[in-house]
Ligand binder design. Structure first.
Ligand code: WQD
Length: 338
C-alpha cells in the first residue's frame, strides 16, 4: 500500500515508516520539522534502503496536503501522527494544542476524502481513559473529553470527529490507535527520540543523566499507592508500536475501530531506572522529588483486543527498550543536531 505519514519524520513516524517499508509498503513523509529534523527521514532511507520522500510542510494547510496528493498520490491510507504532545505544555498553551491537533485532522480528512481516501489511521493516546477504577484499560473503558489537559482532550475530540465522519462515509476505514508510553529506539541506533531542551518524559531524561548532560534523575513522588510507591506506566517499545500500525493498516475494514497499543505489563519509575542501569552496567544518581501536578499513580492497558483482532502483541521488554535507547543515545549524543 502507498501511505502518507503526517508527522512522518518524528519519533513514532520514522519507526512506523521503517516498519511499513520493511513490510513492502511505500511511504511519503509530510512533516513541518517543528519537533524533528530532515536527517531523520534520511535515516529511514539508510535503514531500509528504500525511498522515504519528505515533504516539509504543514499538515493543517489544505493546499499543502493537496500538493502532496498531486505530486505523490494516490494514497491508500493516511497515518496521522502530526501533533503536539507535551501534556504540561498543553496546559499553558491550549489554543496552540487544539488548533494544531484538530486542524491537522480536518485538513487531512478534507483533502483525503476529496481524493477518494479509503483508510485513515489516527495516533491517539491511553490518556483518554478517565476512570482509574477501570484499570487495566480496555477499549471499552470510560473515556472523557473532561481530562486533565488540553493535549489529551484534543486527542479525545479527534476521536469523536473521526467516529462521526466514519459514520457518514461508508467505504472509509478509520483506525484509532491509543498509545501508552512509547520508549526505546530502532536497534540500529540511527533513529530515536530527540526531544528539544529538558525532556518531560522519563526515558529521555534518564538517558540524558546516563550520558552526563543531566545530573540526576528526579523521581516525581514515591508515595503513590503502588508496589514501590512510584508511578506505574505501560511502556511500549516504539518498534512494537510501529509494527502495530502496519497490521492495523493492513487489516483495516470500513467503519470505526479502536485499539490499545501497550504491553499490559506496567513498570514503575524505579523499575525503569533499574532497567536502564542494567543496560548501561552502572548505577544512576536519583533523587526523590515532589509529585508532578497532573500525574496519576498508574495507567496501563489490557492489550487483548489488538491480539485477538489484529494478531498483534508487544514482543519487546523494558530492558530491550533501555538497551536500544542507549544505543541511539550513544550514537547520537546531540540527537539529530549532528
Ligand atoms: C512517566 C512516569 C512520572 C519524568 C506521557 C506523555 C503523554 C502520553 C503518555 C502520548 C510518571 C515519572 C517522569 C521524570 C519522573 N504520550 N517521571 N521523572 O506522564 O505517563 O505521559 O506518555 O500520548 O502525552 O506525556 O509519561 O514519561 O512523563 O512519566 O519520575 O523526570 O515517570 O511521574 O510516573 P506520562 P512521563
Amino acid at each position: 500500500m502507498r501511505v502518507l505519514l503526517a508527522g512522518g519524520a518524528g519519533y513514532i513516524g520514522t519507526h512506523t515508516a521503517v516498519a511499513l517499508l520493511d513490510a513492502g509498503h511505500e511511504v511519503v513523509l509530510l512533516d513541518d520539522l517543528s519537533a524533528t529534523s530532515a536527517i531523520a527521514a534520511e535515516r529511514v532511507q539508510e535503514i531500509t534502503g528504500k525511498p522515504a520522500p519528505l515533504v516539509i510542510g504543514d499538515a493543517k494547510d489544505d493546499a499543502t496536503v493537496a500538493r502532496v496528493f498531486d505530486e505523490y498520490g494516490p494514497f491508500d491510507s493516511i497515518i496521522h501522527l502530526a501533533a503536539h504532545k507535551a501534556v504540561g505544555e498543553s496546559t499553558q498553551l491550549p489554543l496552540k494544542y487544539y488548533a494544531n491537533n484538530l486542524d491537522s485532522t480536518f485538513a487531512l480528512l478534507r483533502v483525503g476524502l476529496e481524493r477518494g481516501l479509503k483508510s485513515f489511521v489516527f495516533s491517539s493516546t491511553g490518556t483518554v481513559y478517565s476512570d482509574p477504577a477501570d484499570l487495566p484499560f480496555t477499549e471499552e473503558s470510560t473515556t472523557s473529553v473532561d481530562l486533565s489537559n488540553p493535549y489529551s482532550k484534543s486527542k479525545r475530540m479527534n476521536e469523536k470527529v473521526l467516529e462521526d465522519v466514519a459514520a457518514v462515509t461508508p467505504d472509509l476505514a478509520v483506525t484509532v490507535l491509543r498509545y501508552f508510553n512509547p520508549v526505546g529506539a530502532h536497534a540500529s541506533g540511527l533513529i530515536g527520540e530527540d526531544p528539544a531542551g529538558i525532556p518531560n518524559n522519563l526515558m529521555p531524561f534518564v538517558s540524558r543523566v546516563a550520558i552526563g548532560t543531566l545530573s540526576e534523575v528526579g523521581i516525581f513522588g514515591d508515595d503513590y499507592d503502588t508496589p514501590d510507591g512510584t508511578g506505574l506506566r505501560d511502556y511500549i517499545h516504539v518498534v512494537d508500536l510501529a509494527a502495530g500500525h502496519v497490521v492495523a493498516l493492513e487489516q483495516a475494514q470500513p467503519g470505526y475501530a479502536v485499539y490499545n497499543l501497550g504491553t499490559g505489563e506496567p513498570v514503575s519509575v524505579k523499575g525503569v531506572v533499574a532497567a536502564f542501569e542494567r543496560a548501561i552496567g552502572r548505577e544512576l544518581p536519583v533523587n526523590i522529588k515532589p509529585r508532578r501536578p497532573g500525574d496519576v499513580a498508574a495507567t496501563y492497558c489490557d492489550p487483548a483486543k489488538a491480539a485477538r483482532e489484529l494478531g498483534w502483541k508487544a514482543q519487546l521488554t523494558i530492558d530491550d527498550a533501555c538497551r536500544d535507547y542507549w544505543t541511539w543515545q550513544t550514537k547520537n549524543p546531540q540527537g539529530y543536531n549532528v
